[in-house]
Design a protein around this ligand. Structure first.
Ligand code: UDP
Ligand code: MG
Length: 315
């Protein structure tokens, strides 16, 4: 069986179209299909669409969160619900072409050594140039400073075998940066490239700042370099001020002390103060993450599933 996991946040228009598009591939797939939709606290009619689908089709399941917990939590919930030996993760907006499913499945079937077929987009055409620029810069940076490789343009759209799914489920951390987690578990991954697709309807829930913060997540979750950097900067400024002190003492001994240099003193004090605050901020970021992890809160809260809904109707 192939489980299809679909996180949905305000996707009322796209969910029915998505379902149709995947059903169109059904004959080309030599598996029975199971759909797991995850309604991530949508404020539109997404849940109503999911109820309709689940009522009409035996193999459509959904879980609905009590509020928006983010795509990462939705993915995790979907992976937990999936029963198939093969599991594929797809966006609801048809940016992940269902036409690739048969090819992905055939690759996994033909090559037993392969554990996962991922996808990467070859271009960033339908994207604002500023965003592409920062995205590229992010990938260059994260690959320098993190042990976990992250390939530019890789999407979450991927088909995995059961052992890889179980490995990802074993990572129960609260701060989930999926791109990193998928890479961290290892396994043999092959990539299919395709051209970027525009959304069929609705709009992307990612603003530039959301993406920016997401990239900071990626760095903090998968690299300790900022912390080390803080100590290196501290050490360097210590050495620097030591040398400056020697220079000032030497100069005062040789030429006397004309009490000049008040502005430079103030700038130095501000500079050092700034570095201290920056380093504190970096440390704070990591402590915040530790705080969130140690609270051990659930990743999401389910309010309703297709089964609970059916139950309500029958009682
Ligand atoms: N999504 C979600 N929770 C969120 C944001 C997004 O489940 O808080 C889902 C969304 O419904 C879609 C997928 O994640 O199926 C990708 O979102 P989107 O298309 O907005 O991102 P983009 O493709 O622009 O990166
Ligand atoms: Mg999208």
């Amino acid at each position: 069986m192939l489980s299809i996991i679909v996180p949905c946040f305000n996707e009322e228009e796209t969910v029915p179209r998505f379902f149709e598009a995947v059903e169109a591939q059904r004959l080309a797939l030599a598996e029975t299909l199971e759909y797991v939709f995850v309604n991530d606290g949508s404020t539109d009619q997404t849940l109503a669409r999911l109820r309709e689908l689940a009522a009409a089709h035996q193999n459509v399941h959904y879980v609905s969160f009590s509020r928006n917990f983010g795509k990462e939590a939705a993915l995790y919930a979907g992976l937990q619900q999936a029963k198939g030996q093969l599991v594929v993760v797809m966006d609801a907006d048809l940016q992940d072409p269902p036409a690739l499913l048969p090819q992905m499945q055939a690759m996994l079937r033909q090559n037993p050594d392969l554990d996962c077929v991922g996808t990467r987009r070859t271009d960033r055409k339908s994207e604002p140039p500023v965003r592409s620029f920062f995205a590229r810069a992010f990938y260059r940076l994260i690959n320098r400073i993190s042990q976990t490789p992250m390939v530019d343009g890789v999407r979450d759209f991927r088909m995995m075998t059961r052992p890889m799914v179980d490995a990802i489920l074993a990572l129960t951390e609260y701060n989930r940066f999926s791109k990193g987690l998928f890479s961290w578990v290892g396994f043999n991954v092959a990539y299919i490239s395709y051209e970027n697709q525009a959304r069929v309807a609705g709009k992307s829930s990612w603003s530039f700042w959301k993406l920016f913060n997401y990239s900071i997540e990626g760095i903090v979750n998968f690299s300790e370099l900022p912390l080390n950097l803080a100590s290196v900067v501290g050490a360097l400024s210590c050495v620097g001020s030591g040398i400056a002190m020697l220079f000032i003492i030497g100069r005062a001994l040789l030429y006397g002390d004309p009490t000049a240099g008040w502005p430079s003193l103030v700038s130095i004090v501000l500079f050092i103060g700034g570095i201290q605050l920056l380093c504190l901020g970096i440390i704070g970021k990591y402590i915040g993450k530790i705080f969130l992890e140690t609270k051990n809160r659930p990743l999401y809260i389910i309010k309703e599933t297709d089964e609970s809904e059916a139950h309500q109707w029958h009682v």
